[in-house]
Design a binder for this molecule. Structure first.
Ligand code: SAM
Length: 431
């Protein structure tokens, strides 16, 4: 089953050819190796964080004053940045205030990226199983029939982009055992033993989850494969999250947040009340045929806009997905051998290939994938000594990560660290 893979500390570019293991809702993108440089940071800018980090840094005078870069940049440049920062902070506060008002009007609680605490966020003083059960009357979504798809998750309010829709504790989990198989790190016996340890009432909840008809395997195994999510180095079942259906152009993003020990779901677009909330069970860097193959274990035919070759969007999507793959390869080539790449490819340099990739991703209506592209763009500008541009793209990366994983996610914090390293001195500051 498709699984959201959120590695604890790094993000990697997707490499379609090596994507083998999409069991359950395990999201593959984090797992994939990549010819691109691995990304060691994460998400969306909150100016308060920049300010807090800046203040923190300024209270560490020794390090500040012994930094070659800082000494060189203190005059004028720092003052201008500080001035700009003050203006941006004021603007961000105003925007935040407006968003809170808008969300209050929409009947939601909270009002910023990642700050909404939906009613299904469980407290630590109840067991995961009880907690999962308590997710029956969530504020932002309802689980109900989705025509042709079984059950699905639907927005009960207008949900703003970046809102944390769900933060669910695992119902039960399994440590990964790569020795079992590369593509399927869980032995059926691991799953049935974990199942046997559940109390009968929990077993019946487990058995009520969707079970694809697969004659080759037991129901307990098929249910796990069709419903499990990546969870650090293992996988888990979350009762509500398991009801989210797939779209190749999803409106939400699912990831494991190790800081809070929960699977989180964020709106990557504004989701109108009544709309189905969807995630992608497989990586975006796949052609239509490849996606079909990846989705086979789930035993359904995807009819999302990207999988409709009878529509204009569907036709164009096929071109774009191929472009994404080609650009991915081209960027890797520029990083490995720029001279050879310049002869072979039309873009002339890595930077313009990355910017083309960002455009294609945007046209395709994908969001999370932009984070990696923005990161590459930031690093690329940094390599050329174009710090302001690098900062601009690191800032965009931070925004995407903020929207997709939330500020409390370790990967967001890594992206913030990356952003701040550029902000405070560029590449020389990278340690
Ligand atoms: C993790 S479950 C999702 C919730 C499930 N619909 C339910 O009733 O519990 C995965 C299963 O949902 C169905 N499904 C998911 N996305 C779908 C889609 N886009 N179209 C049709 N069926 C879908 C498939 O049967 C798939 O095996």
């Amino acid at each position: 089953m498709p699984t959201h893979l959120e590695p604890p500390s790094t993000k990697h570019h997707p490499v379609p050819s090596s994507h083998q293991s999409h069991h359950g809702l395990r999201l593959d993108h984090n797992q994939a190796a990549t010819p691109w440089t691995s990304k060691s940071c994460t998400v969306g800018i909150r100016l308060e964080d920049v300010k807090a980090a800046a203040d923190h840094r300024l209270t560490r005078p020794k390090r500040l004053l012994t930094t070659k870069t800082t000494k060189r940049q203190l005059p004028g440049h720092v003052l201008a940045l500080a001035q700009r920062r003050r203006l941006l902070i004021a603007k961000a506060k105003e925007l935040e205030k407006r968003k809170v008002i808008a969300q209050a009007k929409a009947g939601q609680r909270g009002g910023q990226y990642g700050t909404i605490e939906p009613s299904n966020v469980m407290t630590d003083d109840i067991s995961p199983s009880v907690a999962s059960r308590s997710v029956t009357t969530p504020a932002l979504y309802v689980i109900k029939a989705s025509p042709g798809k079984g059950l699905g998750m639907f927005a009960t309010n207008d949900i703003l982009q970046g809102t944390r829709i769900l933060a669910e504790k695992p119902f039960f989990s399994l440590a990964e055992r790569p020795e079992v198989s590369d593509s399927d790190p869980h032995a059926p016996s691991d799953i049935s033993q974990a199942f046997d340890r559940l109390p009968p009432s929990e077993q019946s909840k487990y058995m009520s989850l969707h079970c694809p008809e697969r004659p080759d395997s037991s129901s307990i195994f098929s249910i796990y494969e069709a419903n499990c999510f990546e969870m650090g180095s293992g996988t888990c079942i979350c009762l509500d999250a398991s009801r989210i259906n797939h779209s190749c152009v999803p409106n939400a993003y699912f990831s494991w947040n190790a800081s809070i020990g929960r699977e989180t779901l964020h709106a990557v677009k504004d989701i109108p009340m009544g709309e189905e909330i969807t995630i992608s069970y497989c990586p975006a860097y796949h052609t239509l045929d490849e996606r079909k193959r990846k989705l086979e274990p789930y035993v359904f035919t995807c009819r999302c806009p990207a999988c409709r070759p009878d529509t204009v969007f569907g036709i164009r999507s096929q071109v774009r997905r191929q472009q994404m793959l080609d650009l991915h390869e081209e960027i890797a080539e520029y990083q490995e051998d720029p001279l050879a790449a310049r002869i072979e490819y039309r873009h002339g340099d890595e930077r313009s290939a990355i910017l083309s990739l960002v455009n294609v991703i945007e046209e395709e209506g994908l969001v999370y994938e932009k984070s990696l592209a923005f990161h590459e763009a930031a690093e690329c500008y940094l390599k050329r000594g174009l710090r302001e541009e690098a900062l601009r793209y690191a800032n965009k990366e931070l925004d995407v990560d903020h929207c997709c994983v939330g500020k409390d996610s370790p990967s967001y914090k890594e992206t913030m660290a990356f952003f701040l390293r550029i902000y405070f001195g560029g590449e020389e500051m990278l340690d």
